[in-house]
Write a protein that binds this ligand. Sequence first.
Ligand code: ZN
Ligand code: FE
Length: 255
Amino acid sequence: MDIQALRAFEDNYIWLLRAGRRVVAVDPGDEAPVLDYLAKEDAGLAAILLTHHHGDHTGGVAGLLARHPVPVFGPAGETIAGVTVPLREGDPVALPGFQDHFRVIDVPGHTRGHIAYYGHGALFCGDTLFGCGCGRLFEGTAEQMWTSLCKLAALPADTLVYCAHEYTQSNVRFAAAVEPGNAALLARAGRVAQLRADRQSTVPFTLAEERQTNPFLRSGEAEVTAAAERHCGARLAGAAEVFAVLREWKNDFRQ
Ligand code: ZN
Ligand code: FE
């Protein structure tokens, strides 16, 4: 299985899984780049995977189905037009014509029913975990998002994370405000700046790198806790509370 990125809108990635001439599209917010790719490569669409209901992840479903009547996998906890296979935690995902199987992880927080797909060393996590950051809390609570991020962080360290937005560079600036003394983070900031200067993608990245540099995953670390306590001016009891403060801090952060 081969994984490729298509750009959409300002900063979205539509991930394509490819086996021979079969292609699976993950979170196609726009059908046009997917249809262009299929035509250019003389390939066929085999399925669509959706992580959550937001339009920048689902807007291309109807346009793709009009040309390619394929199964559409999506979260059981959300209502999305076109979904034919509703999924929840632990469900296996067998893609037609693919050897690789995926498994569903429930990751509520950004939205109430958000799911992620994990398999073959790859994680498709939509708007839950980003490079050095995490999604905003539109529907879920900080507690839910913290629990969701902990589930993802517990996957093998060499897991490659395919998130749905190129947000890493601005996330790194916030992370540096939280942990100015984190050497791994400073090194990452340099790599990310170089990649972006060269118009390269910073995605995918490994979970190992996230554990070392993503302040949200590091909510249990002493330095991150101290920074969050300084920011809110109160003592915080535990990583979930630290995470909640970081998430609000980031919402208001101007670089
Ligand atoms: Zn979203
Ligand atoms: Fe999004």
